[in-house]
Design a protein around this ligand. Structure first.
Ligand code: HEM
Length: 419
């Protein structure tokens, strides 16, 4: 019989405290204990909705699959209440992206782009991804044998790929980076800009996006091409054009979900490869290992830290009774280190045969739309980098970003020699 214990565990603050994500070894040590002792744990934090943190693979799996019970809502991205209060106070409507919608309406909006993201369609992006990887890896020639692999390679590469998918010009890359980090990097002080007035930062970020994407949509309606911007500009739901707000948020979710997630997967995976030079050399000698290596890099890093879901009825989960109206938090990095699923889960191993059980991309109706793109990006950049360098080593302490929603290695100093 499920218990109804609602006592809270201070260790659960690890899921929502931005700074906790700057020391992932400590974070995993804390969460490993929770997984063992209290796998569905009640967390209360000032300024946050109370929630149940779900840490085991089987339970994150169940929450994701049972979308009849656990709904996405306009507050799906875990955040303090103030985040939503600010949006509402600034007159901006709450987000309506795919991750904030549920049921039929979600399916209809997802169908607008789902063809575009199917494996067969994404395969056609490969030459483009390779060409972009070549271009950015070639920049290593000019960096004098030392660089920050996260800021100098992973970030600009992933931005360029997402921009090319949209079909927008290079000169807008810096602008896009500024905007998306203004929204989702927001917890890491390095990306905050002037946060003394958070309301005006959020409003101006959203307004600048709106203007930018309105112009882009108008252009694509006048001159359709085969890019994603054209699909969104001309997309319909129930025979009607996408609502203005939905179209804007559609752009925002793809632009934001599409680059720092993938760049963190690459940088964090590289951090491990640099520490395991034997594995790095194995891939260098046999690039056919890169696909599984990419999977392991994405399992290991799990850059999307969690989502919220709302229970619509009482439901027993991992021996705990979740009541109708309760909030649950799906911890992907924890599920990806679950001892019941992964052999020796804290071992980074590009040859492991169970890496594909990863939950980094979620599961079910909201399964990451860009998962195939992300996999290709990580794999391709890895192969191109290891083709170009002869040796590559850590040249300083890596740094993790302090953000509770999407985070990972933001600085990765390396020294390298070229072939
Ligand atoms: C390693 C990189 C990435 C990771 C770890 C990741 C992770 C996730 C996760 C955990 C979700 C929510 C899944 C769920 O609720 O079950 C998601 C949704 C989504 N992702 Fe990704 N993502 C990555 C890359 C990308 C890329 C490259 C794109 C776009 C090109 C993208 C677009 C989206 C979209 C649009 C959704 C919403 C889907 C929906 O709600 O129906 N993601 N992603």
């Amino acid at each position: 019989m499920a218990g109804t214990d609602t006592s809270t565990d201070p260790r659960g603050l690890a899921f929502i405290t931005p700074e906790a994500f700057t020391d992932m070894e400590q974070w995993h040590a804390t969460v490993r204990e929770l997984r063992r002792e209290s796998p569905v744990v009640r967390v209360e934090a000032e300024g946050w909705p109370s929630f149940w943190a779900v840490t085991r693979h089987a339970d994150v799996f169940e929450v994701s699959r049972r979308s009849d019970v656990f709904w996405n809502t306009e507050k799906s991205a875990p955040g303090p209440d103030v985040q939503y209060d600010l949006l509402q106070a600034s007159g901006i409507e709450l987000p309506r992206t795919l991750v904030h919608l549920h049921g039929d309406i979600h399916q209809k909006y997802r169908e607008v782009t789902s063809e575009w993201f199917k494996p067969a369609a994404v395969k056609h992006l490969q030459p483009n991804i390779e060409q972009i990887a070549d271009e950015y890896v070639a920049r290593l020639d000019d960096l004098g044998g030392q660089c920050d692999l996260a800021a100098d390679l992973a970030v600009p590469f992933t931005i360029r790929v997402i921009m090319s998918i949209f079909g927008v010009p290079r000169e807008d890359e810096g602008f896009m980076l500024e905007l998306t980090q203004g929204l989702f990097g927001a917890a890491d002080p390095e990306y905050l800009g002037d946060f003394s007035d958070p309301m005006s930062l959020i409003t101006s970020t959203i307004n600048r996006f709106e203007t930018y994407f309105d112009e882009l949509s108008a252009q694509r309606r006048a001159h359709p091409t085969d890019d994603l911007a054209t699909v969104l500009a001309n997309g319909t739901v129930d025979g009607e054009p996408l609502g203005e707000l939905e179209r804007l948020w559609y752009y925002i979710i793809i632009a934001t979900a599409g680059h720092d997630t993938t760049s963190y997967a690459f940088s964090g995976g590289m951090e491990q490869l640099l520490r395991h030079q034997d594995q790095l050399r194995m891939i260098q000698q046999d690039p056919s290992l890169a696909a599984n290596a990419a999977e392991e890099m994405i399992r290991w890093t799990s850059p999307v830290r969690s989502f919220f879901r709302w229970a619509q009825q009482d439901h027993e989960l991992g021996g705990v009774l979740i009541r109708e109206g309760d909030v649950v938090l799906t911890s992907y990095p924890s599920a990806n280190r679950d001892e019941d699923v992964f052999e020796d889960p804290d071992r980074f191993d590009v040859t492991r045969t169970d890496a594909d059980k990863l939950l980094s991309f979620g599961l079910g109706m909201h399964y990451c739309l860009g998962a195939q793109v992300a996999r290709r990006e990580v794999r391709t950049l890895l192969v191109k980098l290891l083709e170009r360098v002869d040796t590559i080593e850590l040249a300083g302490a890596p740094e993790w970003s302090g953000a509770h929603f999407v985070s990972g290695v933001k600085h990765l100093p390396v020294s390298y020699t070229l072939r």
